[in-house]
Design a protein around this ligand. Structure first.
Ligand code: ADP
Ligand code: MG
Ligand code: MG
Length: 993
């Protein structure tokens, strides 16, 4: 009975959803009856297994495969399986039963599943969501998932499987057979499956999916007969041979594409769709011959060998170079493992009522609440994103917007579109997030093949999160937690000035927003090498593939000639936050000549171009840019973040421009004003050198008197801009060494200014030279040896504060910070200089300025002696750049040569200068905080190292209870968001425990 089922009915597994009882009442159509019958027949205990299995095994290869765990499923093993399953219930009750076999395989389909979305770690993202969609009763072709645990087992046990796997797979496959009403390997009524990898996080490096597995010389005939469509059957078979050979057997797909091209030329046709059954049949023969030629053995005909070969290839791909690179870039641990999904095939290539497509429930570029996607009629699997044919839009709105002539799915398949609409809305409401979905239409029937949270630009992420709060789908805290703080970077950088004149040489799709300029490079490895030398590059490719990931990561921007907004280039670029223009069809890229042409315009390797991923423009040369603004949904989200966070966010700024930028981004004060930057200015450096090279105090004071008014003016401007917000001024810190004259001209200039001859100056310079300046005459050691320098700085601060307070009527409360303190005595001496100057200025101006004097904590000794120092210091600011240097004994300037090795070998999880070393440096911070607050509960605590803008480090600062973080202006919004997220998760943590 079962064998008579036609392809049409076979392909309707879910049509027979949960209620198999009274089919006749529902389906009056003969087809429906047939399904019912077929199913009923299968529902019988059916000891049918071994016979068709044997039939399917084509002559010899079975013996060869004996080394792999593919030995034929015997009737015995199936018989054994059943009682065991039945016995389970009992054995749990009995205490000392044998340890139960771990479960490796989880089935889904027919409106139910053994897994769910919550089991992502075990089933991988794809498997968990296929299970979830099945549980929701959505039309999902049945299948099963082999868990990520098995991948871990596989690598822990020298790439072998546990003995129980084979049986579990066989039983799960039987369920699929029963559900579909077809048998794997049966020559009349073959079940075909796809084998799909799927890790916890989506991973482009993993094995490509194999479709139509189970086809061989015999089953293809069965498929042809059943479907009444030999062209379809052989089209499926040639796809299978090509995919399987490429991803499992390692015979490159180019070989097959070449054969196809030659065949098309011989036949004088252009499109694949112009080829008929006999064409595909002869190509299948040619494909198999090619495999024989390349491997010296035939293409595997045994479906079991095919299946186990594909499973092994998925697990093998977990350790391929692409996957390893991707994991390194994204910090994914190797022990997560991948799952394998085996799923009954549905066919989008069964003629004009069939199709395959991908869609996003909202626009992934802008976040606009509009269904958005592409589909292709009479196509299979990845055809949509592969750029072979131009895909059509799903909605009429989208079609109109792009001016496409091809019919939208909404008009060509209205009923299916309506069902798809119902499903996508259901999925979005269920997951409470924008979904990226894959579907296939087989002869008018819709099947769901994948759903996952869609990748999106930062802009879209914010818009979607804010919209979803307004729609009542999620809470504000959830919206805040969903945005990756560092992704804001995409929105905080300049975009091309719309008013600037520019030469647009081509247009493509706005695939990932932002503008980038750089020199053109056509090769991913070259892009990586150039970027490593600090050059800005734009990677230009006809289209990208996972092999290009390292180059895409290194490039400032990506430009492709082919591919839509869901192409590889677009998706990966959005994920990485790189601007991308895809599908710029006018580009003629010639890899061999290392150039591209657009009409008569030729752009060579090394020429500079700009791409604008927000408009799709490709521009010659560089383009002036404008600053971004924090308005709309971005502003709203930041406001919500501000409501939730406890940590204050200040900025590291010394120039008026930086201070203004930071305020615009929401900075609540200056956490670090480095006065030395002011000293380096061209107009001042001569006076500074004069001061340093002076042989006595009088000489230094003379030079300092020249610097004082300039320094005062610096502070006046900053105090004005910060309008009453706290401003922390760090007194001179860098090694004197750095200010020394270098060239002969430098010396001449100082000689002229001071009247001291060059020879004397050179002598003084040699005295000041240090071999290890970072640990040399710097920080408060300058103030200790030359107190007049700090006195001048203090005077400049107080005079400026008095002036601005007079001018604005609002008091200014400067916070004066002494750098590189190791002992209480150092601090006391410096504080005395500040206090004395304050008194003097107050007497002169008749105005008292309120101020704080505190210290940087950047030496381990200072952290340990914090209790002592805090008796005199009113605030601590953790200078974690130096604290990391001095705790680890690693010079920040010289670490590059070995740091990568340290990270690669897991000595450091990440670069400790980029993300705080919680265990070491963090413990010192913790100690300093405890000892400091013990003697001075009101002690103000902040951080002003680079770490203040790193989300993970901000989180640590929240955990230990600092008052503020301070970071560079462009990172202020990132820190605000990270601080809000940290507040949310630290609040949540206690109740979760
Ligand atoms: P990826 O992770 O690269 O998206 P997928 O496993 O999702 O890989 O599959 C690649 C393509 O094959 C997708 O278009 C998917 O919808 C399609 N596909 C996968 N399994 C099946 C199946 N059982 N029937 C039909 N199409 C399938
Ligand atoms: Mg997919
Ligand atoms: Mg320092």
């Amino acid at each position: 009975m079962a064998k008579k089922v036609t392809a049409k009915t076979r392909a309707k597994p879910a049509a027979k959803k949960p209620a198999p009882k009274k089919v006749s009442a529902v389906g009056s159509a003969p087809a429906a009856k047939k399904v019912a019958k077929a199913k009923l027949a299968i529902k019988k205990p059916a000891p049918r297994k071994s016979a068709p299995q044997a039939k399917a095994v084509v002559k010899k290869p079975a013996a060869k495969a004996a080394g792999k765990p593919v030995a034929k499923a015997s009737a015995k093993s199936i018989a054994k399986a059943a009682p065991k399953g039945a016995a389970k219930a009992h054995s749990t009750a009995k205490a000392p039963a044998k340890p139960r076999q771990p479960r490796w395989v989880y089935s889904f389909g027919d409106g139910k599943a053994e897994g769910s979305a919550g089991m992502r770690n075990l089933l991988g993202g794809k498997g968990a969501n296929l299970a979830e969609m099945s549980n929701l009763g959505l039309p999902v072709p049945p299948g099963f998932t082999i868990s990520t645990d098995l991948c871990t087992y596989y690598y822990a046990n020298s790439q072998t499987y546990p003995s129980s796997l084979k049986e579990q797979v066989e039983r799960a496959l039987e369920k699929v057979e029963a559900s579909v009403g077809a048998e794997f390997g049966d020559s009349d009524n073959p079940l075909l499956v796809s084998v799909r990898s799927g890790a916890r996080a989506s991973m482009p490096g993993m094995m490509d999916t194999v479709l139509n597995l189970g086809l061989n010389d015999m089953t293809v005939e069965g498929l042809a007969k059943q479907s009444g469509d030999a062209r379809f059957a052989y089209d499926s078979y040639r796809r299978f041979i090509q995919m399987y050979s490429d991803v499992v057997l390692g015979v490159d797909h180019d070989h097959f594409e070449e054969l196809l091209e030659i065949h098309k030329e011989d036949r004088g046709v252009h499109l694949d769709t112009d080829l008929d059954a006999s064409d595909w049949k002869s190509l299948v023969t040619a494909f198999k011959a090619k495999v024989q030629e390349k491997l010296g053995r035939p293409f595997p005909q045994d479906p079991n060998e095919q299946l186990w070969g594909a499973i092994a290839a998925v697990f093998g791909s977990w350790m391929n170079d692409r996957a390893i690179t991707y994991r390194t870039i994204h910090g994914i641990p190797a022990d997560w493992g991948t799952a394998v999904n085996v799923q009954a095939m549905v066919f989008g290539n069964m003629g004009d009522t069939s199709a395959t497509g991908v869609a996003f429930t909202r626009n992934p570029s802008t976040g606009e609440k509009l269904f958005y996607g592409e589909y292709l009629v009479n196509a299979q699997g990845e055809d949509v994103v592969a750029g072979i044919r131009t895909p059509q839009h799903i909605t009429i709105a989208e079609k109109k917007q792009t001016g496409s002539k091809l019919p939208a799915m909404e008009e060509s398949m209205p009923k299916t579109f309506a069902e798809l609409t119902r499903i996508y809305k259901r999925l979005e409401a269920h997951y409470r997030d924008m979904q990226d979905i894959e579907f296939t239409v087989q002869r008018g029937k819709l099947w769901m093949l994948q759903t996952r949270s869609g990748k999106r630009t930062a802009k879209a992420a914010i818009r979607i999160a804010v919209d979803m709060v307004r729609e009542g789908l999620i809470k504000k805290a959830e919206a805040i937690s969903r945005i990756e703080p560092s992704s804001l970077d995409q929105l905080l950088h300049p975009t091309p000035d719309p008013k600037a004149s520019k030469t647009v040489i081509a247009r493509g799709l706005a695939a990932s927003p932002g503008a980038a300029s750089g020199k053109v490079v056509f090769d991913a490895s070259e892009a990586q090498a150039d970027a490593a030398r600090g050059e800005a590059v734009i990677l230009v490719r006809i289209e990208t593939s996972p092999e290009d990931i390292h180059g895409m990561h290194a490039a400032k921007g990506i430009l492709t000639a082919r591919g839509g907004t869901t192409s590889h280039a677009a998706v990966v670029a959005r994920g990485m936050g790189r601007p991308c223009v895809s599908g710029a069809g006018a580009l003629r890229i010639d890899y061999r000549a290392q150039q591209m042409s657009i009409g008569s315009q030729i752009v060579r390797k090394g020429d500079i171009i700009t791409i604008d991923g927000s408009t799709g423009e490709v521009i010659l040369g560089t383009v002036p840019t404008i600053e971004p603004e924090m308005s709309g949904e971005f502003g709203t989200l930041m406001q919500w973040a501000d409501e939730i966070r406890r940590l204050k966010v200040r900025t590291n700024a010394e120039t008026p421009l930086d201070a203004e930028t930071a305020r615009k981004f929401g900075a609540e004060g200056i956490g670090l004003c480095r006065t030395e930057h002011m000293f380096f200015e061209a107009s001042r450096i001569a006076a500074v050198r004069e001061m340093i090279l002076a042989s006595d105090k009088a000489g230094r004071e003379k030079a300092l008197a020249k610097i004082l008014p300039m320094q005062r003016q610096d502070f006046v401007e900053l105090f004005r801009i910060m309008a009453g917000l706290p401003v922390t001024i760090r007194f001179l810190d860098p090694p004197l060494h750095e200010f020394l004259p270098k060239t002969e001209a430098d010396f001449q200039a100082v000689a002229q200014a001071t009247g001291v001859d060059v020879a004397t100056l050179r002598h003084r310079e040699r005295q000041l030279e240090e071999s290890n300046p970072m640990l040399g005459h710097r920080g408060c050691r300058l103030g200790i040896t030359f107190p007049e320098i700090y006195a001048m700085q203090a005077r400049a601060v107080f005079e400026a504060a008095t002036a601005v307070a007079r001018e604005t009527g609002k008091p200014v409360t400067p916070e004066i910070m002494i750098p590189l303190v190791a002992t209480r005595r150092e601090f006391d001496l410096m504080k005395a200089v500040v206090d004395e100057t304050a008194k003097a200025v107050a007497a002169e101006t008749n105005k008292k300025v309120a101020y704080l004097v505190g210290t940087m904590i950047e030496l381990p000794r200072a952290a340990l002696r914090a209790g002592d120092i805090a008796q005199a210091a009113e605030f601590f600011s953790f200078g974690t750049n130096d604290l990391t240097q001095t705790t680890l004994g690693i010079s920040r300037d010289d670490a590059a040569s070995f740091l990568d090795h340290y990270v690669a070998q897991g000595i450091f999880a990440t670069d400790p200068f980029a993300s705080l070393d919680r265990e070491g440096v963090g413990e010192l911070m913790q100690i300093a905080k405890e000892r400091g607050r013990k003697v001075r509960p009101s002690l103000k605590l902040g951080i002003c190292g680079e770490h203040g803008g790193d989300p993970a480090s901000v989180s640590f600062c929240e955990e230990i209870g600092l008052d503020y973080v301070s970071c560079s202006p462009y990172r202020v919004p990132i820190a605000r968001l990270a601080a809000a997220q940290a507040a949310i998760s630290t609040k949540r943590a206690p109740s979760e425990a």
